[in-house]
Design a protein around this ligand. Structure first.
Ligand SMILES: Nc1nc2c(ncn2[C@@H]2O[C@H](COP(=O)(O)OP(=O)(O)OP(=O)(O)O)[C@@H](O)[C@H]2O)c(=O)[nH]1
Ligand SMILES: [Mg+2]
Length: 203
């Protein structure tokens, strides 16, 4: 069997809200998480591009809803979907309601966008119990549809020692861990994306 791979990835459009977004005819995978957690870097790792999505060490780099069209190839067949890079939610140390910390436009987008099939919630491997992330997970669980899936991906796993990694994975068995600096973990994320959108496979 030929391996699953991305054969094409391109930026299509930035939108301010659901109202000026692309038509909703193609399946979408959204990347959401705290500012600076590595959403844009993860999109670059997955697509093997250095700067498809703009990343920066200064939090708040991504301000708009950014759409990318991504083409996968598996066994000589091509499959198209979209990645959506979202602005991060804030740095609140104490948990607040989502509406307070995140823009209304984003809440509207993630709750009402028909074409979303997968929510990839990126979380910092060093702070797995951040209140804001626990709130986001709970919040998504309140409106997630039967045709949608939720996935936790821990970023910056390179910052953890082996023992800490093992502990994290034991505690979050359904989660995937990645490093955008070491380029590890991306295949598993691709397989989750592919299965969610195009159906289950034997890998
Ligand atoms: N060590 C390490 N650093 C990472 C990893 N992923 C991202 N970074 C760094 O974290 C910083 C933020 O990355 P971005 O991809 O811009 O984060 P973002 O979530 O898109 O941020 P906003 O757009 O501001 O919400 C950059 O300096 C990246 O180089 C990782 O897996 N490991
Ligand atoms: Mg970003």
């Amino acid at each position: 069997m030929m391996p699953l791979r991305v054969i094409d990835a391109r930026f299509i459009k930035s939108a301010q809200s659901i109202h000026d977004s692309l038509d909703d005819t193609m399946s979408e995978v959204v990347f959401l998480g705290r500012s600076n957690v590595g959403k844009s870097s993860t999109i670059n790792s997955l697509t093997e591009r250095k700067a498809l999505a703009k990343s920066s060490s200064t939090p708040g780099k991504t301000q708009l809803i950014n759409f990318f069209e991504v083409k996968y190839r598996l066994d000589d067949e091509d499959y198209a979907l979209r990645y959506v890079d979202l602005p991060g939610f804030g740095y609140a140390k104490v948990s607040k309601t989502l509406k307070e910390v995140w823009q209304k436009n984003l809440v509207e987008f993630i709750q009402n966008r028909i074409s979303i099939r997968l929510f990839i919630h990126l979380r910092d491997a060093r702070h797995p119990h951040a209140l804001i992330d626990e709130d986001v997970q709970k919040y998504i669980s309140e409106f997630i549809r039967p045709d949608q899936k939720y996935l936790t991906v821990f970023t910056k796993i390179d910052k953890l020692k082996q023992k800490e990694r093992a502990k994290l994975m034991k505690e979050f068995p359904g989660a995937i861990t990645i490093s955008n600096t070491k380029k590890s973990g991306t295949l598993k994320v691709h397989q989750e994306i592919f299965e969610t959108v195009f159906g289950e496979r034997e890998w």
